[in-house]
Design a protein around this ligand. Structure first.
Ligand SMILES: C[S@@+](CC[C@H](N)C(=O)[O-])C[C@H]1O[C@@H](n2cnc3c(N)ncnc32)[C@H](O)[C@@H]1O
Length: 224
């Protein structure tokens, strides 16, 4: 696993066996802010005018999406329940070397690094308003311990050319079953197959402007 500096100066990881980066080479921070924070979280909060939100992420990886989401929720007084599914959690030593402490408040970073391992075995309150659980399993094996559904899905799997099974109807159907009606699904990519699958699952789909280096991305709202 190698660190690589991306277009906006933030770092990402390169996974040699998969042959893919964890984030966009054009800017890891910008991608995460644009796709997940603005197009996902802020869009949902504006749409529903809520002060609490539950996020399910597929591919927790380095935790960049989680960190930015927590920091934003904390500064807006929004209560956050976050579950990140991750089949292959990164070692703590790698998490400590991302440099992502520069993008969030100290209290968020310090609580995250202290609780990163623990959060893989049980839900942890990182602050008064941020709760994290990292589900150490494959997306298709994920089940919630209770009947509560999620408001937003951050779908951040490796690209379909490298991991087609993650974008297959079976995986999307399973993951989207945890989203409540009115919930929002966002991902950095958009393809004909993805649009067709999401429509068939009862989503209203939207081509939203993409992060740097990508013209478009998918945002989809669960209608029923
Ligand atoms: C594009 S990276 C995610 C980047 C991450 N969101 C971040 O901010 O660092 C894709 C992630 O999916 C994970 N992954 C691969 N196969 C998986 C599976 N079947 N189920 C869940 N996660 C998987 C990888 O280990 C990797 O962490």
């Amino acid at each position: 696993m190698q660190f690589v500096t991306t277009g906006d100066g933030s770092s990402t990881l390169y996974h040699p066996e998969v042959g893919e980066h964890y984030h966009s080479k054009h800017g890891a921070l910008k991608e995460s802010q644009h796709v997940f924070l603005r197009s996902g979280l802020e869009f949902f909060l504006r749409k529903e005018n809520k002060n609490e939100v539950a996020v399910l992420e597929v591919g927790f990886g380095t935790g960049l999406n989680f960190l930015l989401t927590s920091d934003y929720a904390d500064s807006q007084g929004v209560k956050l329940r976050y579950v990140g599914i991750e089949a292959y959690p990164l070692d703590e030593e790698i998490i400590l070397k991302t440099g992502y402490e520069n993008f969030v408040k100290q209290k968020i970073w310090s609580s995250f690094q202290h609780n990163y391992k623990k959060a893989q075995t049980q839900g942890v309150a990182l602050t008064d308003s941020v709760h994290l659980f990292i589900a150490h399993e494959k997306a298709l094996d994920f089940q919630t311990g209770d009947a509560r559904k999620f408001d937003i899905i951050y779908f951040d799997a490796f690209a379909a050319v490298h991991q087609p099974e993650m974008w297959a109807a079976e995986t999307l159907t399973h993951i989207c079953s945890f989203l409540r009606p009115g919930g929002v699904f966002v991902t950095y990519a958009i393809t004909g197959n993805l649009k067709r699958t999401m429509k068939a699952l009862g989503f209203a789909i939207e081509k939203a402007p993409g992060a740097p280096g990508k013209r478009e991305m998918l945002r989809a709202v669960k209608v029923s």
